[in-house]
Ligand binder design. Structure first.
Ligand SMILES: C[S@@+](CC[C@H](N)C(=O)[O-])C[C@H]1O[C@@H](n2cnc3c(N)ncnc32)[C@H](O)[C@@H]1O
Length: 119
C-alpha cells in the first residue's frame, strides 16, 4: 500500500474525518438515494463519508469498497458505533471490481485518488 499518495496514518484518518464533517453540508445536503436502491461507494477509506451516506439514505443498500483492509476495518468499527445497518464493506480494487454489470443503481465517489500500481 506504500504507493498510495496520502498514506494510511492515524493523522490521515483524522484528516478524512475532519474533511467529511466540515464539508458534509455541501457534499451531502441533497444526496438521498431511494429506498431499495443499490449504491456503490468506491474508495470509502475509513468510512468518513459512509456515515453521512448511510444516515441520509437509511433504506438504500450501500456497498462500500476500498483497497485497504485496515481502512475498511476502521470504517466497519465506525459504522457499528453509529448503529448503521445498511452498509456492507468489501475489499476491492476500483480498477478490477468484482461485480456484474448493472449491479448498482448509483455510485458515490469522493476525494478518490489512486497512485497504486494496479496495472
Ligand atoms: C483520500 S481517501 C478518500 C476516502 C473517502 N472517499 C473520503 O472521502 O473520506 C481515498 C481512498 O481511496 C482508496 N483507494 C486508492 N486506490 C484505490 C483502488 N485502486 N481501489 C480501491 N480503493 C482505492 C484508498 O485506500 C483511500 O482509502
Amino acid at each position: 500500500m506504500k504507493d498510495y499518495v496520502h498514506g494510511y496514518s492515524k493523522r490521515e484518518s483524522e484528516r478524512l474525518a475532519d474533511q467529511a464533517d466540515t464539508l458534509s453540508g455541501i457534499l451531502h445536503y441533497d444526496t438521498q438515494f431511494p429506498a431499495g436502491s443499490k449504491v456503490l461507494e468506491a474508495g470509502c477509506g475509513v468510512g468518513a463519508q459512509t456515515v453521512f451516506l448511510a444516515k441520509n439514505s437509511p433504506d438504500a443498500q450501500i456497498t462500500s469498497i476500498d483497497i485497504s483492509e485496515d481502512s475498511l476495518q476502521h470504517a466497519q468499527r465506525l459504522i457499528k458505533k453509529e448503529g448503521i445497518i445498511n452498509v456492507e464493506f468489501l475489499q476491492a480494487d476500483i480498477m478490477d471490481l468484482p461485480f456484474a454489470e448493472e449491479s448498482f443503481d448509483h455510485i458515490f465517489i469522493c476525494f478518490f485518488w489512486s497512485t497504486l500500481k494496479t496495472r
